[in-house]
Design a protein around this ligand. Structure first.
Ligand code: GAR
Length: 210
């Protein structure tokens, strides 16, 4: 059984999708052991408490250097015996040292079809604002492994979502969550925990285990 840490900063609807999947028995060989928030007021913390999942708050600005923050987060995760880190709406960029130490063991969900509308500065509603400003007809979500390049790690899964007439960033965000993020993320986490994912450079293969 793999212990999962979910890192959050805000509303936590992706965390909720993971909790719901776990309660429905859809996270094979994994359990959410810890929720870490970068924001003490995040509603995600209440969702974790309701599901009796231990929580911690760790803010980057409470540490003088990236390495002090990285060491504190790393120590917390190791203390809990974590085998997979999931970034579910986590708005702090992880220090390079942590990305290297946890290579291919950190999964992020991003609300666009990478490599569109991603990288530094593209997070949350801003991603959907950029997609609408460009006038794309199709957007979506991506679940990927985290590397030192922001939104640059190997892609695990993607799902396209249509942009519709009259969409606002909020409406589009909700549709992308409902039709893509809340489906892709629990599936990818389950695949990881069940040992179905293998990374070959930029390509992630999904194989059924015997
Ligand atoms: C989600 O749309 C997630 O994909 C996005 O923030 C939102 C968090 O919502 N993440 C990023 O933009 C990361 N670059 P949630 O707190 O309700 O899960």
């Amino acid at each position: 059984m793999i212990n999962i840490a979910v890192l959050v900063s805000g509303g936590g609807t992706n965390l909720q999708a993971l909790i719901d999947a776990q309660q429905a028995g859809r996270i094979e060989n994994g359990r959410i052991a810890l929720v870490v928030s970068s924001n003490p007021d995040a509603y995600a913390l209440e969702r974790a408490a309701k599901a009796s999942i231990p929580t911690a708050v760790l803010r980057r600005r409470d540490f003088d250097t990236p390495s002090a923050y990285s060491d504190a987060l790393d120590a917390l995760l190791r203390e809990k015996g974590v085998g997979l880190i999931v970034l579910a709406g986590f708005m702090t960029v992880l220090p390079d040292s942590l990305c290297r130490a946890w290579e291919n063991r950190i999964i992020n969900v991003h609300p666009s079809l990478i490599p569109s509308f991603c990288g530094e500065g593209f997070y949350g509603l801003r991603v959907h604002e950029a997609a609408l400003a460009k006038g794309v007809k199709v957007t979506g979500a991506t679940v990927h492994f985290v590397s030192e390049v922001v939104d640059g790690g190997a892609i695990i899964a993607q799902k396209a979502v249509c942009v519709e007439d009259g969409d606002t960033p909020e409406i589009l965000q909700r549709r992308v969550m409902e039709q893509a993020e809340w489906i892709l993320l629990p599936q990818a986490v389950s695949d990881f925990c069940a040992g179905r994912l293998t990374v070959h450079g930029a390509w992630v293969a999904r194989t059924e285990k015997e």
